[in-house]
Every structure is written in C-alpha cells, then in structure tokens.
Design a protein around this ligand. Structure first.
Ligand SMILES: [Zn+2]
Length: 326
C-alpha cells in the first residue's frame, strides 16, 4: 500500500503504546531499519502502516540477577538508540516539543523508549533517573513476576501491592515526566497506583476481562478507574488475552475495543498491539501493516471519526502531552 492511498487516516497521528520488536531484532541479529520476514514489524512496515509514534519496549525476562537484567535492558536500549542515530526516519521523543514536531503524513516514526518491568531498577532510584537521562519515558512497573516495586499478575494470590520502593518510583516518575504503565501489575498494585499517582497513568497493553477472563485483562472497575484518572488502556493483540483458547481474529479485537469504550469511555482507549511480543497475531491482523484494516473495520461498524481518531492516537497523545517534560 502506498502512503497516498491512506487517505482514511485523516490528520490524526497513529500511536501504538506497546511493541516488543527491539528485543526480537537484537536477539536474532536482525536490523530493525530493514524489512524483515520473521517479525510482525520493522521500521519500513511501521511506516507503511502509517504509525507515527511507537512505544518500543525494552524487556528482559525475569532473572534473580538484577544486574544481568539491567545489562540486558541497557543492551536493548543501546540497540534502539543506534537505530535512531543511524536512520533519519526515526526520531526519539523525549519532550513535549519532540511530540509537537511529529506530523501526520510525514515518513517519520517517533519513538518513545519504554522499559517493561521495573526489575532492572533493583532498589535503586538513581537507575530510574539514569534511564530517564538515556531517553526512557515510560516504565511498565512490573512484568508478570514480582519485583522490588510490586507483584505482577502471576502473584495475584498474594494480594501484594506497591512496596515502599514502588511508591517512591511513582513519585520520582511523576517528578521526572515519565508515563506510569500498569499493564502486567496484579490488582492490589493497580489499586495502590490509583491511590499513589497524582496524574494520569496507563495500561499500555491490556484487554477487557468481561470479554475474556485472562489474569492480564482489566475488570470494568479497573478500566473506569484508569478513565477517572485521565489515563488510557491500550488494546493488545495477544490471542490468549482476546479469547479463551487463544485462537483469535480481528473481530475478537473489535469486541474488546467496543467493550472498553463502554466501560472506560471513548477518551480512554487506545492501541497497544504487543506486536513481536505475542506468539501469533490475530487472523486479519497478521502483521503491523494490517492496522489500517482494523480502523476500517471499526469505521464500517459505524463508529464516528472523532471516536476513531481518539482511539488511533488522540488519547495516548493527551496523556503524553500532560506527562512528558518540557
Ligand atoms: Zn507485556
């Protein structure tokens, strides 16, 4: 598809709040800036899909050795920064001004660096500050395991919420201008964040529990709480989060979006695909270049242009404009 044919994208920036392609590329020795066949996404296909702003997640699987975790996160960060330095089509977004410079229709991908899982912090706030100085602007507080900040969804039965350190991290993130991401967090921690956060927080890639009862999904109460705090929940394309059994199609994604609109309101739902962090993408959304099909399918169902523009990026942009530093 050529960019000229994408008139249906209007003047809105397309924002995806979660993609794991960086660790896949680095681990496989592949170049993110070239078209690949083994991944769901790469720079050429993200641009072809019309994505203007992508949160690139830096993720390391749980390891009792937090120094090893930190090294791995930093190695993914270095890989991403190398790509950004070497390719003019990439622009690191660190400030409100960087955000304002993104233009719909321009062949440029804005990148927000996110760290998925606070494990790499150990119990050191200075590591958070250093990550910020390296350009990281989002932290998913936990992955599904327990870390020094809080318990992830695997530890749901412990009812463990935010630790004292976890609360310090939230305060520091708000002071620095970093987006607080509660995806993967166990419910007790979720509600602690809602109490501790002064501003909006997001669930970058989390679906609706009312549609599929997976522990990673959010209840209607959680979705409403995110909305009450001015935040956004991003729908993801992970099969087991979409349908029991895990064999999902584009219509299942639409069911989640429509339910999330009902529970949280249209100002609080966005896109957090999790491309390259999921095993199999839903039928009809096989790789990132299929994103236009999702928007078109929602349009065919009669959803208004303003609702779609908010979903495609307007909502996440509102939070970023609020949270990022000047
Ligand atoms: Zn994730």
């Amino acid at each position: 598809m050529t960019r000229e044919s994408m008139v249906w994208y209007s003047d809105t920036l397309l924002v995806d709040a979660h993609n794991d392609v960086i660790s896949r590329m680095k681990d496989s020795g592949l170049d993110f800036c070239l078209r690949q066949s083994a991944t769901h996404s790469d720079l050429p296909r993200l641009l072809e899909a019309g994505v203007n702003l992508q949160v690139l997640a830096l993720f390391a699987p749980p390891d009792h050795n937090k120094s090893a975790t930190l090294q791995r996160i930093l190695s993914y960060g270095e890989y991403a920064l190398d790509c950004i330095d070497q390719d003019r089509r990439l622009q690191l977004v660190r400030t409100k001004a960087d955000l304002a410079a993104l233009t719909p229709g321009e062949e440029k991908l804005g990148v927000i660096l996110g760290v998925e899982g606070g494990d790499c912090l150990g119990e050191e706030l200075w590591i958070l500050r250093l990550l910020f100085r390296l350009g990281v602007r989002l932290l998913t507080l936990t992955w599904s395991n327990r870390n020094a900040l809080a318990d992830g969804v695997w530890e749901e039965d412990t009812k463990g919420g935010l630790t004292v350190f976890g609360k310090e991290v939230i305060k520091e993130m708000e002071a620095l201008g970093m987006v607080i991401d509660v995806s993967h967090l166990a419910p007790a921690g979720f509600w602690d964040v809602a109490k501790a956060a002064a501003g909006p927080f997001i669930a970058s890639h989390s679906n609706a529990k009312a549609i599929c009862p997976h522990p990673r999904n959010l209840t209607d109460e959680q979705l409403r709480c995110i909305a009450d705090h001015g935040g956004v929940a991003g729908v993801n394309f992970c099969g087991p989060h979409l349908v029991e059994g895990g064999s999902a199609a584009i219509d299942d994604v639409i069911l989640h979006i429509e339910h999330m609109w009902k529970a949280a309101g249209e100002d609080h739902v966005g896109l957090g695909t999790d491309y390259d962090g999921i095993d199999a993408a839903p039928r009809g959304l096989e790789d990132v270049t299929a994103l236009p099909q999702l928007i078109q399918a929602l349009r065919r169902k009669g959803h208004s242009e303003s609702r779609l523009e908010k979903f495609m990026g307007g909502n996440f942009l509102r939070v970023l404009r609020d949270v990022l530093p000047d």
